[in-house]
Design a protein around this ligand. Sequence first.
Ligand code: HEM
Length: 209
Amino acid sequence: MCAYADLLAVERTGGDGTDLLSVLLRAEVDGDRLTPMDIDLFFMLLMNAGSETTRNLITGGMLTLFEHPAERARLQDDLTLVPTGIEEMLRWITPVTHFRRTARADTELGGQEIREGDKVVMWYSSANRDERHFPDADHLDVGRTPNEHVAFGAGGPHFCLGASLARLEARVMFEELLTRLPGLEPAGPMRRLGSNFINGIKALPVRVA
Ligand code: HEM
């Protein structure tokens, strides 16, 4: 992938393209530019962040609909619910389970003392089932509104760069799955990914009924 990124970088250096790579190649902050190694690593970040997440939202979303036939029927009967349905899948599945930050100052959070330099893990999967925030948090509701989940992070400078793309991909995918393959059903045991970071599925056999 780095070799591919290098090829694209040669092609786009000096151009005025508006694609992400061209913008990164031109980017300058206080006179600093990204080195070829930075570009390679950013490209890899985009590959990993953009694939490991979205496909697990889609597979996990399909599994969730298999497990909740009434909610699946609601979506199938009314495709205008797909956008809120996707937000509920994001909350329910939370494809990225956590990220870690380092505290820059002493503080207190939820009664817990945190010292400058402490490493703090933010469990998005826990926050997304917080019953103080989501009424009936363990109930799947494809029409849930509001739905202020933190599957893409909770705002701030590291909020997911690809959130809009991921939402679009999932919406298109489920609109098509629900209309083109309405009889899709499980066809064998599902295999989960062994990971404490990505809530992923390695295999979900299905058949078209
Ligand atoms: C369902 C799909 C996705 C989920 C659940 C997801 C989730 C996340 C989460 C939780 C973070 C960290 C936020 C934080 O630390 O505050 C993040 C960051 C990021 N995501 Fe996504 N993501 C998804 C899709 C994508 C896609 C499609 C792309 C790009 C093609 C992408 C690119 C990135 C990048 C570059 C960052 C790092 C941003 C930064 O540190 O400044 N993500 N994502």
